[in-house]
Design a binder for this molecule. Structure first.
Ligand code: AMP
Ligand code: GLY
Length: 426
Protein backbone atom coordinates (compact mmCIF):
# COMPACT_ATOMS: atom_id res chain seq x y z
CA UNK A 1 0.00 0.00 0.00
CA UNK A 2 1.20 3.51 -0.83
CA UNK A 3 0.69 5.73 2.22
CA UNK A 4 0.85 9.49 2.79
CA UNK A 5 1.09 11.09 6.25
CA UNK A 6 0.06 14.76 6.51
CA UNK A 7 1.87 16.82 9.15
CA UNK A 8 5.31 17.61 10.51
CA UNK A 9 5.31 17.10 14.29
CA UNK A 10 6.24 14.40 16.79
CA UNK A 11 2.82 12.79 16.43
CA UNK A 12 3.31 12.46 12.68
CA UNK A 13 6.86 11.11 13.11
CA UNK A 14 5.36 8.45 15.40
CA UNK A 15 2.70 7.66 12.78
CA UNK A 16 5.39 7.34 10.09
CA UNK A 17 7.46 5.14 12.42
CA UNK A 18 4.46 2.88 13.00
CA UNK A 19 3.40 2.74 9.36
CA UNK A 20 6.95 2.06 8.17
CA UNK A 21 6.94 -1.16 10.23
CA UNK A 22 3.85 -2.50 8.48
CA UNK A 23 4.54 -5.32 6.02
CA UNK A 24 1.67 -3.85 3.96
CA UNK A 25 3.42 -0.51 3.38
CA UNK A 26 5.13 -0.41 -0.01
CA UNK A 27 5.80 3.34 -0.20
CA UNK A 28 5.60 6.05 2.42
CA UNK A 29 5.40 9.83 1.95
CA UNK A 30 5.12 12.69 4.42
CA UNK A 31 3.84 16.20 3.71
CA UNK A 32 5.66 18.29 4.67
CA UNK A 33 7.42 15.91 7.07
CA UNK A 34 10.63 16.59 8.99
CA UNK A 35 14.14 15.08 9.18
CA UNK A 36 12.88 12.37 11.58
CA UNK A 37 10.17 11.31 9.17
CA UNK A 38 12.70 11.41 6.30
CA UNK A 39 14.33 8.34 7.86
CA UNK A 40 11.35 6.23 6.72
CA UNK A 41 9.39 8.37 4.27
CA UNK A 42 9.93 10.59 1.27
CA UNK A 43 9.13 14.15 2.37
CA UNK A 44 7.20 16.33 -0.07
CA UNK A 45 7.14 20.10 0.47
CA UNK A 46 3.36 20.56 0.72
CA UNK A 47 1.76 22.47 3.60
CA UNK A 48 -0.92 20.77 5.67
CA UNK A 49 -3.54 23.33 4.60
CA UNK A 50 -2.74 23.15 0.86
CA UNK A 51 -5.70 20.82 0.41
CA UNK A 52 -5.92 20.86 -3.39
CA UNK A 53 -2.17 20.27 -3.75
CA UNK A 54 -2.40 17.33 -1.35
CA UNK A 55 -5.30 15.81 -3.30
CA UNK A 56 -3.39 16.27 -6.57
CA UNK A 57 -0.31 14.63 -5.05
CA UNK A 58 -2.34 11.67 -3.78
CA UNK A 59 -3.93 11.19 -7.20
CA UNK A 60 -0.65 11.51 -9.06
CA UNK A 61 1.21 9.14 -6.73
CA UNK A 62 -1.69 6.66 -6.55
CA UNK A 63 -1.80 6.90 -2.76
CA UNK A 64 -3.92 4.13 -1.23
CA UNK A 65 -4.26 5.70 2.21
CA UNK A 66 -3.70 9.24 3.52
CA UNK A 67 -3.36 9.65 7.30
CA UNK A 68 -3.96 13.15 8.67
CA UNK A 69 -2.05 14.18 11.82
CA UNK A 70 -3.17 17.70 12.82
CA UNK A 71 -6.67 19.11 13.23
CA UNK A 72 -6.32 22.11 10.90
CA UNK A 73 -6.68 20.26 7.57
CA UNK A 74 -9.52 18.17 9.03
CA UNK A 75 -11.44 21.24 10.17
CA UNK A 76 -10.82 22.76 6.70
CA UNK A 77 -12.36 19.66 5.10
CA UNK A 78 -9.43 17.63 3.75
CA UNK A 79 -11.36 14.36 4.24
CA UNK A 80 -14.32 15.62 2.20
CA UNK A 81 -12.07 16.56 -0.70
CA UNK A 82 -10.24 13.24 -0.72
CA UNK A 83 -13.46 11.23 -0.43
CA UNK A 84 -15.05 13.20 -3.28
CA UNK A 85 -12.20 11.93 -5.47
CA UNK A 86 -12.56 8.36 -4.24
CA UNK A 87 -9.32 8.55 -2.19
CA UNK A 88 -9.17 6.73 1.16
CA UNK A 89 -8.28 9.07 4.02
CA UNK A 90 -7.99 8.56 7.78
CA UNK A 91 -9.66 11.47 9.55
CA UNK A 92 -13.20 12.80 9.98
CA UNK A 93 -15.05 15.04 7.51
CA UNK A 94 -15.38 18.77 8.08
CA UNK A 95 -18.82 18.39 9.66
CA UNK A 96 -17.62 15.58 11.92
CA UNK A 97 -14.48 17.52 12.91
CA UNK A 98 -16.78 20.06 14.57
CA UNK A 99 -16.43 17.77 17.57
CA UNK A 100 -13.08 19.54 18.06
CA UNK A 101 -13.59 22.60 15.85
CA UNK A 102 -16.56 23.97 17.79
CA UNK A 103 -16.75 23.66 21.56
CA UNK A 104 -20.32 24.96 21.42
CA UNK A 105 -21.27 22.12 19.05
CA UNK A 106 -19.48 19.51 21.18
CA UNK A 107 -21.05 20.70 24.44
CA UNK A 108 -24.55 20.87 22.94
CA UNK A 109 -24.09 17.38 21.47
CA UNK A 110 -23.08 16.05 24.89
CA UNK A 111 -26.00 17.76 26.62
CA UNK A 112 -28.52 16.46 24.08
CA UNK A 113 -27.24 12.89 24.19
CA UNK A 114 -26.54 12.58 27.91
CA UNK A 115 -22.74 12.34 27.63
CA UNK A 116 -21.14 13.37 30.94
CA UNK A 117 -19.45 16.78 30.85
CA UNK A 118 -19.20 19.93 32.99
CA UNK A 119 -22.44 21.93 33.46
CA UNK A 120 -22.42 24.83 31.00
CA UNK A 121 -24.23 27.39 28.90
CA UNK A 122 -23.21 29.03 25.63
CA UNK A 123 -23.23 32.76 24.93
CA UNK A 124 -22.77 35.39 22.24
CA UNK A 125 -23.51 38.30 24.54
CA UNK A 126 -21.21 39.35 27.40
CA UNK A 127 -23.91 40.54 29.84
CA UNK A 128 -25.73 37.22 29.80
CA UNK A 129 -22.40 35.36 30.13
CA UNK A 130 -21.45 37.44 33.19
CA UNK A 131 -24.82 36.76 34.81
CA UNK A 132 -24.41 32.99 34.28
CA UNK A 133 -20.86 33.17 35.68
CA UNK A 134 -22.35 34.63 38.86
CA UNK A 135 -24.88 31.80 39.04
CA UNK A 136 -22.07 29.23 38.67
CA UNK A 137 -19.64 30.97 41.02
CA UNK A 138 -15.83 30.83 40.82
CA UNK A 139 -13.75 28.93 39.95
CA UNK A 140 -15.17 28.44 36.47
CA UNK A 141 -13.97 28.03 32.91
CA UNK A 142 -14.54 30.26 29.86
CA UNK A 143 -13.87 28.72 26.45
CA UNK A 144 -13.77 30.29 23.02
CA UNK A 145 -15.88 28.26 20.58
CA UNK A 146 -13.33 27.77 17.82
CA UNK A 147 -9.66 26.86 17.48
CA UNK A 148 -7.46 29.29 19.44
CA UNK A 149 -3.96 27.78 19.35
CA UNK A 150 -4.43 26.16 22.76
CA UNK A 151 -5.24 29.49 24.44
CA UNK A 152 -9.02 29.31 24.13
CA UNK A 153 -9.77 27.60 27.47
CA UNK A 154 -9.41 30.01 30.37
CA UNK A 155 -9.61 28.66 33.89
CA UNK A 156 -10.85 31.59 36.04
CA UNK A 157 -10.22 31.49 39.76
CA UNK A 158 -12.35 34.56 40.50
CA UNK A 159 -15.39 36.24 38.99
CA UNK A 160 -13.09 39.16 38.09
CA UNK A 161 -10.96 36.81 35.99
CA UNK A 162 -14.11 35.38 34.44
CA UNK A 163 -15.33 38.88 33.50
CA UNK A 164 -11.98 39.57 31.85
CA UNK A 165 -12.06 36.29 29.91
CA UNK A 166 -15.62 36.97 28.75
CA UNK A 167 -14.67 40.50 27.66
CA UNK A 168 -11.57 39.20 25.87
CA UNK A 169 -13.69 36.89 23.70
CA UNK A 170 -16.99 38.69 23.22
CA UNK A 171 -16.04 42.39 23.46
CA UNK A 172 -12.37 42.67 22.49
CA UNK A 173 -12.66 39.82 19.96
CA UNK A 174 -9.16 38.62 20.89
CA UNK A 175 -9.82 35.26 19.23
CA UNK A 176 -11.58 36.71 16.18
CA UNK A 177 -14.34 34.45 14.85
CA UNK A 178 -13.27 31.64 17.14
CA UNK A 179 -14.43 33.71 20.12
CA UNK A 180 -17.73 35.02 18.74
CA UNK A 181 -19.44 32.37 20.83
CA UNK A 182 -18.24 31.06 24.16
CA UNK A 183 -18.92 28.25 26.58
CA UNK A 184 -19.02 29.14 30.28
CA UNK A 185 -18.72 26.00 32.37
CA UNK A 186 -18.36 24.56 35.81
CA UNK A 187 -14.81 23.89 37.06
CA UNK A 188 -14.25 20.16 37.47
CA UNK A 189 -11.96 18.72 40.11
CA UNK A 190 -9.99 15.55 39.50
CA UNK A 191 -7.12 14.08 37.54
CA UNK A 192 -6.92 14.45 33.76
CA UNK A 193 -6.39 11.63 31.29
CA UNK A 194 -6.33 11.35 27.51
CA UNK A 195 -8.44 8.53 26.09
CA UNK A 196 -8.23 7.29 22.49
CA UNK A 197 -10.60 5.21 20.38
CA UNK A 198 -10.85 4.47 16.67
CA UNK A 199 -14.27 4.46 15.06
CA UNK A 200 -15.56 3.40 11.67
CA UNK A 201 -18.69 5.47 12.24
CA UNK A 202 -20.54 2.66 14.05
CA UNK A 203 -18.26 0.52 16.19
CA UNK A 204 -15.48 1.81 18.42
CA UNK A 205 -12.11 0.30 19.28
CA UNK A 206 -10.20 1.29 22.42
CA UNK A 207 -6.76 2.60 21.44
CA UNK A 208 -5.11 3.34 24.73
CA UNK A 209 -4.76 5.95 27.43
CA UNK A 210 -2.07 8.45 28.27
CA UNK A 211 -1.44 11.39 30.55
CA UNK A 212 -0.07 14.62 29.18
CA UNK A 213 1.94 17.32 30.98
CA UNK A 214 0.52 20.57 29.69
CA UNK A 215 2.45 23.28 31.50
CA UNK A 216 5.98 24.28 30.58
CA UNK A 217 7.53 23.93 34.06
CA UNK A 218 7.69 21.13 36.62
CA UNK A 219 4.87 20.61 39.13
CA UNK A 220 2.32 21.94 36.63
CA UNK A 221 3.61 25.50 36.83
CA UNK A 222 3.88 28.09 34.08
CA UNK A 223 1.86 28.63 30.93
CA UNK A 224 0.22 25.81 28.97
CA UNK A 225 2.04 24.29 26.00
CA UNK A 226 1.08 21.74 23.37
CA UNK A 227 2.33 19.11 25.83
CA UNK A 228 5.75 18.63 27.46
CA UNK A 229 5.65 14.88 27.94
CA UNK A 230 3.40 11.88 28.36
CA UNK A 231 3.21 8.36 29.64
CA UNK A 232 1.06 5.40 28.68
CA UNK A 233 -0.88 3.57 29.92
CA UNK A 234 -2.43 5.97 32.43
CA UNK A 235 -2.50 3.89 35.64
CA UNK A 236 -5.49 5.88 36.86
CA UNK A 237 -7.62 4.40 34.06
CA UNK A 238 -7.90 0.75 35.03
CA UNK A 239 -9.78 -1.82 32.95
CA UNK A 240 -13.09 -1.12 34.64
CA UNK A 241 -12.84 2.64 34.20
CA UNK A 242 -11.76 2.16 30.57
CA UNK A 243 -14.85 0.05 29.92
CA UNK A 244 -16.97 2.72 31.62
CA UNK A 245 -15.51 5.44 29.37
CA UNK A 246 -16.21 3.35 26.25
CA UNK A 247 -19.79 2.74 27.43
CA UNK A 248 -20.76 6.17 28.77
CA UNK A 249 -18.66 8.47 26.56
CA UNK A 250 -17.09 6.99 23.41
CA UNK A 251 -19.91 4.79 22.08
CA UNK A 252 -22.65 7.34 22.85
CA UNK A 253 -20.57 10.01 21.06
CA UNK A 254 -20.19 7.83 17.96
CA UNK A 255 -23.95 7.18 18.03
CA UNK A 256 -24.75 10.85 18.62
CA UNK A 257 -22.61 11.96 15.66
CA UNK A 258 -24.35 9.43 13.40
CA UNK A 259 -27.76 10.55 14.70
CA UNK A 260 -26.86 14.18 13.96
CA UNK A 261 -26.06 13.25 10.35
CA UNK A 262 -22.31 13.73 10.90
CA UNK A 263 -21.01 10.15 10.93
CA UNK A 264 -17.58 10.19 12.54
CA UNK A 265 -14.75 8.08 11.16
CA UNK A 266 -11.32 8.53 12.64
CA UNK A 267 -9.83 8.72 16.09
CA UNK A 268 -11.79 10.19 18.97
CA UNK A 269 -9.48 11.75 21.52
CA UNK A 270 -11.44 12.44 24.67
CA UNK A 271 -9.76 14.75 27.16
CA UNK A 272 -11.25 13.51 30.43
CA UNK A 273 -11.51 14.78 33.96
CA UNK A 274 -11.79 11.82 36.31
CA UNK A 275 -14.10 13.29 38.93
CA UNK A 276 -15.48 11.64 42.02
CA UNK A 277 -18.89 10.95 40.43
CA UNK A 278 -17.18 9.53 37.31
CA UNK A 279 -15.32 10.46 34.12
CA UNK A 280 -16.45 13.65 32.37
CA UNK A 281 -15.41 15.12 29.02
CA UNK A 282 -13.31 18.30 29.12
CA UNK A 283 -12.95 18.39 25.37
CA UNK A 284 -12.88 16.22 22.28
CA UNK A 285 -10.15 16.26 19.64
CA UNK A 286 -10.60 14.82 16.17
CA UNK A 287 -6.99 13.57 15.85
CA UNK A 288 -4.28 11.76 17.77
CA UNK A 289 -2.59 13.53 20.68
CA UNK A 290 0.87 15.02 20.60
CA UNK A 291 2.93 13.86 22.51
CA UNK A 292 0.39 11.21 23.58
CA UNK A 293 0.54 9.37 20.25
CA UNK A 294 4.29 8.93 20.65
CA UNK A 295 3.83 6.80 23.77
CA UNK A 296 0.79 4.94 22.43
CA UNK A 297 2.50 4.14 19.12
CA UNK A 298 5.54 2.46 20.65
CA UNK A 299 3.29 0.32 22.89
CA UNK A 300 1.06 -0.91 20.06
CA UNK A 301 1.94 -4.46 19.07
CA UNK A 302 -0.58 -4.82 16.25
CA UNK A 303 -0.01 -3.36 12.81
CA UNK A 304 -1.40 0.18 12.71
CA UNK A 305 -1.95 0.26 8.95
CA UNK A 306 -4.90 -2.14 8.62
CA UNK A 307 -6.62 -0.42 11.55
CA UNK A 308 -6.36 3.03 9.96
CA UNK A 309 -7.32 1.63 6.55
CA UNK A 310 -10.44 -0.05 7.99
CA UNK A 311 -11.48 3.26 9.55
CA UNK A 312 -10.85 5.15 6.31
CA UNK A 313 -12.95 2.65 4.35
CA UNK A 314 -15.70 2.42 6.97
CA UNK A 315 -14.95 -1.29 7.39
CA UNK A 316 -15.46 -3.27 10.54
CA UNK A 317 -12.81 -2.90 13.21
CA UNK A 318 -11.48 -5.72 15.40
CA UNK A 319 -12.77 -5.79 18.97
CA UNK A 320 -9.38 -5.24 20.60
CA UNK A 321 -5.76 -4.51 19.75
CA UNK A 322 -2.72 -6.20 21.22
CA UNK A 323 -0.25 -4.20 23.30
CA UNK A 324 3.35 -4.79 24.17
CA UNK A 325 3.73 -5.57 27.87
CA UNK A 326 5.87 -2.48 28.55
CA UNK A 327 4.93 1.06 29.58
CA UNK A 328 6.14 4.09 27.63
CA UNK A 329 7.30 7.57 28.64
CA UNK A 330 8.02 10.54 26.36
CA UNK A 331 9.99 13.60 27.45
CA UNK A 332 9.67 16.58 25.12
CA UNK A 333 12.82 18.62 24.53
CA UNK A 334 11.82 22.21 23.79
CA UNK A 335 13.53 25.40 22.70
CA UNK A 336 14.25 27.81 25.58
CA UNK A 337 11.46 30.40 25.75
CA UNK A 338 8.73 28.10 24.38
CA UNK A 339 5.70 28.54 24.53
CA UNK A 340 6.71 32.20 24.19
CA UNK A 341 9.23 33.45 21.61
CA UNK A 342 12.28 31.25 21.07
CA UNK A 343 15.29 31.03 18.78
CA UNK A 344 15.75 28.40 16.08
CA UNK A 345 18.68 27.09 14.06
CA UNK A 346 20.58 25.70 17.08
CA UNK A 347 22.71 22.63 16.30
CA UNK A 348 21.38 19.43 17.87
CA UNK A 349 23.83 16.74 19.04
CA UNK A 350 23.43 13.26 20.48
CA UNK A 351 20.22 11.96 18.87
CA UNK A 352 21.89 8.86 17.44
CA UNK A 353 23.62 8.12 20.71
CA UNK A 354 20.30 8.42 22.56
CA UNK A 355 18.64 6.04 20.12
CA UNK A 356 21.35 3.43 20.64
CA UNK A 357 19.91 2.84 24.11
CA UNK A 358 17.59 -0.19 23.96
CA UNK A 359 13.90 0.69 23.82
CA UNK A 360 14.51 4.36 23.02
CA UNK A 361 13.06 6.15 19.99
CA UNK A 362 13.59 9.86 19.44
CA UNK A 363 10.70 11.34 17.48
CA UNK A 364 11.33 14.61 15.67
CA UNK A 365 9.00 17.62 15.92
CA UNK A 366 10.60 21.02 15.26
CA UNK A 367 13.84 19.96 13.57
CA UNK A 368 15.42 20.84 10.23
CA UNK A 369 18.60 20.06 8.34
CA UNK A 370 21.01 22.90 7.64
CA UNK A 371 24.01 21.78 5.55
CA UNK A 372 23.62 18.22 6.87
CA UNK A 373 23.53 19.45 10.47
CA UNK A 374 20.35 18.73 12.47
CA UNK A 375 19.11 22.03 13.93
CA UNK A 376 16.14 23.24 15.97
CA UNK A 377 13.23 24.62 13.96
CA UNK A 378 10.30 24.83 16.37
CA UNK A 379 9.15 25.15 19.98
CA UNK A 380 8.87 21.45 20.66
CA UNK A 381 11.98 19.94 19.09
CA UNK A 382 12.21 16.23 19.96
CA UNK A 383 10.14 13.61 21.78
CA UNK A 384 12.48 11.25 23.59
CA UNK A 385 10.38 8.12 24.01
CA UNK A 386 11.33 5.01 25.97
CA UNK A 387 9.73 1.65 26.61
CA UNK A 388 10.41 0.05 29.97
CA UNK A 389 9.14 -2.87 32.01
CA UNK A 390 7.00 -0.42 33.96
CA UNK A 391 6.62 3.35 34.22
CA UNK A 392 9.49 3.88 36.70
CA UNK A 393 11.87 1.94 34.41
CA UNK A 394 10.63 3.80 31.34
CA UNK A 395 11.14 7.15 33.11
CA UNK A 396 14.72 6.20 33.96
CA UNK A 397 15.45 5.16 30.38
CA UNK A 398 13.83 8.25 28.85
CA UNK A 399 15.89 10.59 31.05
CA UNK A 400 19.06 8.60 30.41
CA UNK A 401 18.46 9.19 26.70
CA UNK A 402 17.62 12.86 27.29
CA UNK A 403 21.05 13.19 28.94
CA UNK A 404 22.75 12.29 25.64
CA UNK A 405 21.11 15.11 23.67
CA UNK A 406 22.01 18.76 23.73
CA UNK A 407 21.33 22.01 21.94
CA UNK A 408 21.68 25.62 23.04
CA UNK A 409 18.76 26.70 25.22
CA UNK A 410 17.39 23.16 25.67
CA UNK A 411 14.47 23.01 28.10
CA UNK A 412 12.53 20.00 29.36
CA UNK A 413 10.51 19.02 32.37
CA UNK A 414 12.25 16.84 34.93
CA UNK A 415 9.05 15.41 36.40
CA UNK A 416 7.41 13.54 33.53
CA UNK A 417 5.61 10.54 34.99
CA UNK A 418 5.78 11.75 38.59
CA UNK A 419 2.00 11.69 38.88
CA UNK A 420 1.92 8.08 37.70
CA UNK A 421 4.54 7.16 40.31
CA UNK A 422 2.46 8.74 43.04
CA UNK A 423 -0.52 6.66 41.95
CA UNK A 424 1.46 3.43 41.57
CA UNK A 425 2.85 3.77 45.10
CA UNK A 426 -0.62 4.15 46.65
P1 AMP B 1 -9.54 22.18 26.89
O1 AMP B 1 -8.87 22.92 25.77
O2 AMP B 1 -11.01 22.32 26.91
O3 AMP B 1 -9.06 20.75 27.03
O4 AMP B 1 -8.94 22.86 28.22
C1 AMP B 1 -7.56 22.97 28.44
C2 AMP B 1 -7.26 22.66 29.88
O5 AMP B 1 -8.01 23.51 30.74
C3 AMP B 1 -7.65 21.25 30.29
O6 AMP B 1 -6.64 20.32 29.99
C4 AMP B 1 -7.85 21.42 31.78
O7 AMP B 1 -6.61 21.40 32.46
C5 AMP B 1 -8.44 22.79 31.89
N1 AMP B 1 -9.92 22.72 31.90
C6 AMP B 1 -10.75 22.84 30.85
N2 AMP B 1 -12.02 22.72 31.21
C7 AMP B 1 -12.02 22.52 32.54
C8 AMP B 1 -13.05 22.33 33.52
N3 AMP B 1 -14.34 22.34 33.21
N4 AMP B 1 -12.67 22.15 34.79
C9 AMP B 1 -11.36 22.15 35.15
N5 AMP B 1 -10.35 22.34 34.28
C10 AMP B 1 -10.67 22.52 32.98
N1 GLY C 1 -1.22 16.97 24.00
C1 GLY C 1 -2.45 17.62 23.79
C2 GLY C 1 -2.99 17.54 22.45
O1 GLY C 1 -2.54 16.80 21.59
O2 GLY C 1 -3.98 18.24 22.19
Amino acid sequence: MRVLVVGSGGREDALVWGLARSPQTSALFAAPGNPGMARHAECVPLKVDALEDLVAFAQRERIDLTVVGPELPLILGIADRFQARGLAIFGPTREASALEGSKVFAKQLMAKHGIPTARFETFQEAGAARRFARRLGAPLVVKADGPAAGKGAMVCRTLGEADRAIALCLEERAFGQSGEQIVVEEFLVGEEASFFALTDGEGALFLGTAQDHKTVFDDDRGPNTGGMGAYSPAPIVDEQLGAQVMKTIVRPTVGAMAAEGRPYRGVIYAGLMLTRPGPKVLEFNCRFGDPEHQVIMVRLQDDLLPLLYAVARGEKLPTAVRWRPEAAVCVVLASGGYPGPYQTGKAIAGVEEAERLPGVTVFHAGTALSDDQLVTAGGRVLGVTALGADIPVAIGKAYEAVGKICFEGIHFRKDIGKKALARLSR
